[in-house]
Design a protein around this ligand. Structure first.
Ligand SMILES: [Zn+2]
Ligand SMILES: [Zn+2]
Length: 267
């Protein structure tokens, strides 16, 4: 599996790629060319062009959740050579979302998206390639993750606190264990990882890459550090919405890798 970072909050000095607060990863495994998330703007398309990566022949688009730093760039996705691109996500991914006076959901309604994409909306896990799964709905099991809503979500005509029921992730089943690839991990990175083990029937965690949604250091960070200290994945890369202090706290216990735009990560 080859993961290329097309969008992240960080870029490296001297490389001159564009960064923004968002996520977009290209996953290439055999014939599968899967895009996870599209960042906030067209940054991922411009970085792909500079990297010589063709985004017109993808095999699937996966949306980790509905927030616009992961879905906003959908409107810039180049037209596909093979017609409607399969899109995998949780059924609530197109819900309207509101935060601090602004709409922060996906740029398309479900109906508009269905005109452009071949929608596969699923609460259950979906196998995308021989070794890659979309996890669908993540069971919220422990008592310290997914406890704070992010704004509100429109449910049956009413605005309700948004606990992001659609938040999901991917898992790759490698020879030496599983690698979890998340967007923001609003469902909780421990909840996601423990569910990935169940779905794949494998207890070994080789890597975790993606946002851990830790804008500050809280009890969630402390519990996550405790859990990771036992798990000790060899390829640990909290990025995007994981603040410096949270990454430092994790790194102090378990060494982490840096993640920036244009990085190629193989596992
Ligand atoms: Zn988010
Ligand atoms: Zn995010």
């Amino acid at each position: 599996m080859k993961l290329t970072v097309l969008c992240d909050n960080c870029s490296r000095v001297g490389a001159y790629y564009l960064s923004e607060s968002g996520v977009s990863y290209l996953l290439e495994d055999g014939d599968a060319r899967i895009l996870l998330d599209t960042g906030y703007t067209d940054v991922y398309v411009r970085n792909a062009e500079k990297l010589g990566i063709d985004l017109t022949n993808l095999t699937a688009l996966v949306l980790s959740h509905g927030h616009d730093d992961h879905t906003g760039g959908m409107i810039h996705l180049p037209r596909q050579q093979a017609g409607k691109l399969p899109l995998y996500a949780h059924p609530n991914v197109f819900d309207r979302k509101f935060y601090q006076g602004e709409e922060i959901g996906a740029p398309y309604t479900q109906e508009a998206a269905a005109e452009i994409f071949d929608l596969h909306l699923s609460e259950g896990p979906v196998q995308l390639s021989e070794r890659l799964w979309f996890l669908g709905a993540i069971p919220r099991v422990n008592d310290y993750e997914n406890k704070t809503p992010v704004g509100e979500r429109l449910v049956d005509g009413k605005w309700e606190p948004d606990f992001m029921p659609e938040d999901s992730a991917l898992v790759y089943k490698g020879a030496d264990g599983l690698t979890v690839i998340s967007g923001c991990s609003h469902a909780g990175i421990q909840n996601i990882t423990e569910y990935a083990k169940q779905v794949c029937g494998d207890e070994r965690i080789s890597g975790i890459i993606g946002g851990f949604h830790m804008p500050t250091v809280t009890r969630q960070t402390e519990e996550t550090v405790r859990w990771l200290s036992k798990l000790r994945p060899k390829n640990l890369r909290p990025c995007h919405c994981t603040c410096f202090h949270a990454r430092a706290a994790i790194h102090f216990a378990v060494p982490i890798g840096d993640t920036c735009v244009a990085d190629v990560i193989e596992f």
